[in-house]
Design a protein around this ligand. Structure first.
Ligand code: GLU
Length: 472
């Protein structure tokens, strides 16, 4: 058997949606797993809604995710000749026919269906025209579309995700394959292209299931075996409804802007509706490829959990050496108007890496250590209120204990020793002595250990922030 050929076929009518990115990823993983070929085909036949800008954003999104294609990008709009030739071949073989119905006639038919509360189905009246009648219409210059003569037979397939799915031709109408201006309708263009590009597996969203019987009818009419179909379930928001902007960011580019790592995004998307068959979650690319199969795709919809994405990103962040985070952190600091750069940032990055889930959070924590907190967060405010007088008193005691330490002694061990003996001397619990310092230095109740924090922030800035907080 020849090796698989799969494709991702986005319509450039919008940004790269996370659902589209996941479809691309599953195709890519399948090609990698099987030694197949992954083809990118931009379906730009909707001239009004397709833009070069959307195409650019989609390609950049795929590149950012590390989903590279082996062939393409092909542009569907370039294959108009073949789309027309295929439609005309069907016409010549009597598998399709010309339809001369005007828009008004079709609207009237649609109104009848609507009155009966039925979906519109073309009633097939032009299928019954005689050859002479058709000739006469053409000779009179009446514009026509081309419709597929839907066969009255079962149109079924063994879906790699859903199992057997079956439709009856008699329940489908003779749909248009070519418009009167000679441009193809989606189902026709897709089948014509998938045949020409020798696609063996169509892996796409299950919103296309209703198109598949029509496409199977086209494969049969064109005398070609259909590919394997794998319809991937939808992605839902936390409320069980289809994922949309209401649920937050749905564009891949938004996550890029939020400082999500491409590897984390790819790992997260792979597990949206696919499972390696065990409970592995953090999966490097090679492991994901080795474990991927169409059978591992679940038939139930997947739920998009943004908190899980952040958690996963945090895992990737912690595993990344500080030096590799330097450039993006510098960029964020620069945006915040902080000019500090270079090696001196590395210890700060290391100090906050484990507690940050995104580059933005990480850069913010670095900025706080460099500049001091702009305000206290809610938990810090609550702690301060709860401690009352002792908040400032503990800070003053800490300043008195640490002030004698010279610059050279301003290191984690001596800092801890001084704080401990001061707390013991005053009969204060170490935690109550430490928390106000943490709040004074960062505005927050969570951070690296306080002695490390003091060392990172440095002697004079630490003492200044503690004094100022004790006075407020
Ligand atoms: N252009 C179609 C879409 O974006 C492709 C569907 C398919 O993969 O066949 O939904």
């Amino acid at each position: 058997m020849s090796s698989p050929r799969v494709r991702f076929a986005p319509s450039p009518t919008g940004y790269l949606h996370v659902g589209g990115a996941r479809t691309a990823l599953f195709n890519w993983l399948y090609a990698k797993r099987t030694g197949g070929t992954f083809i990118l085909r931009v379906e730009d036949t909707d001239r009004e809604r397709s833009t070069d800008e959307h195409t650019r954003v989609i390609l950049e999104g795929l590149e950012w995710l590390g989903i590279g294609w082996d062939e393409g990008p092909y542009f569907q709009g370039a294959y108009g000749e073949r789309h027309r030739a295929d439609a005309e071949r069907l016409l010549a073989q009597g598998r399709a026919y010309r339809c001369f119905c005007t828009r008004e006639e079709l609207d009237a038919q649609r109104a009848v269906s609507e009155a009966r509360k039925e979906g519109f189905r073309y009633d097939g009246r032009c299928r019954r025209r005689t050859a002479a009648d058709v000739e006469a219409q053409i000779a009179a210059g009446v514009p026509s579309t081309i419709r597929l003569a839907m066969p009255d037979e079962e149109l079924a397939w063994d879906d790699a995700v859903h199992g057997r799915i079956s439709f009856q031709g008699r329940d489908l109408d003779d749909f248009v394959i070519l418009r009167s201006d000679g441009t193809p309708i989606y189902n026709h263009a897709v089948v014509s292209d998938d045949i020409a590009m020798e696609i063996t597996h169509v892996i796409r969203g299950d919103d296309h299931i209703s198109n598949t019987p029509k496409q199977i009818a086209l494969y049969r009419a064109l005398g070609r075996a259909e590919p394997v179909f794998a319809h991937v379930p939808m992605i839902l928001g936390g409320d069980g409804k289809k994922l949309s902007k209401r649920h937050g960011a749905t564009a891949v580019g938004d996550y890029q802007d939020q400082g999500i790592f491409p590897a984390a995004m790819r790992n997260f998307l792979a597990l949206l509706g696919w499972s390696p068959g065990d409970d592995r979650e953090i999966m490097p690319e090679a492991e994901m490829i080795a474990a991927f199969s169409l059978e591992g795709i679940q038939s139930k919809p997947a739920v998009f959990d943004a908190a899980k994405l952040e958690w996963m990103n945090g895992q990737y962040l912690s595993a990344t050496p500080a030096a590799d985070l330097l450039a993006p952190v510098e960029r964020q600091l620069e945006r915040a108007g902080i000019a500090v750069k270079g090696q001196q940032l590395l210890p700060l990055i290391d100090a906050v890496k484990a507690r940050s889930r995104t580059i933005l959070q990480l850069a913010e924590q670095v900025a706080v250590r460099l500049r001091g907190p702009a305000a206290l967060d809610a938990k810090a405010e609550a702690l301060k209120a709860k401690m009352g007088e002792s908040f400032a008193a503990n800070l003053r005691r800490a300043v008195a204990a640490l002030d004698p330490l010279p610059e050279a002694e301003w290191r984690p061990e001596p800092l801890l020793a001084s704080l401990k003996s001061a707390a013991e001397g005053a009969g204060v619990k170490l935690g109550d002595a430490m928390q106000p310092i943490r709040v004074a230095l960062t505005g927050s109740t969570v951070s690296e250990p306080v002695n490390e924090l003091l060392a990172i922030v440095g002697r004079s800035a630490s003492l200044d922030r503690m004094k100022a907080a004790a006075e407020r």
